[in-house]
Ligand binder design. Sequence first.
Ligand SMILES: *Cc1c(COP(=O)(O)O)cnc(C)c1O
Length: 222
Amino acid sequence: MSVKQNLDKINLEIHDISKKSIHSAQPHVIAVTKYVTIERAREAYEAGIRHFGESRLEGFKKKKEALPSDATLHFIGSLQSRKVKDVINDVDYFHALDRLSLAKEINKRANHVIPCFLQVNVSGEESKHGIALEEVTEFINKIKDYENIQIIGLMTMAPFTDDGSYIQTLFRDLRHKSDEIQQFNLEHAPCTELSMGMSNDYQIAVEEGATFVRIGTKLVGE
Ligand SMILES: *Cc1c(COP(=O)(O)O)cnc(C)c1O
């Protein structure tokens, strides 16, 4: 399938789901290009996609170089602190802020404000990155003096399962937490965005109010 065909189908679905949901705003679709070639990423650009997600340093740099300058690049994978300096100033959005030491390093190395998502491990699975739901507020308070970091929202990865209603509760819990943070009206953490939903579960994420979905396989997979 061409990216255009996949995108048309996904856009239609998203349109229908958001029309029925109380969260009627349509999310941005991030094409996760980590598994695919530069040619396929360019095809996605030609199909109209402007948001691209990469989870590793090398892939990020390659796609950044290859795509036109109006492409928005999201770093969605975990990042080692010692590599922050090599990439952070090229990142338009960082989705995987998951520890204080990383926040410290980003704040030190960034030469402008970096829009960040806090990665939250909602399910509590040990294998997953992210801070616990109960620790989000405390974490946000701790970084309020980090002037190069703005927490624009929360991000999560659901476990890989067929149990849609379980995934739905996880996404809903994340949304409730982000609603809670928004009430504080924090300048350094407006927390208006929600990055959730991948190939396996983006329909559920849209229903639960995602503002960014991150789709790889079903959008650009070959
Ligand atoms: C790989 C990846 C995705 C996309 O995964 P698909 O299942 O291929 O859609 C989304 N988010 C993150 C953080 C990823 O690492």
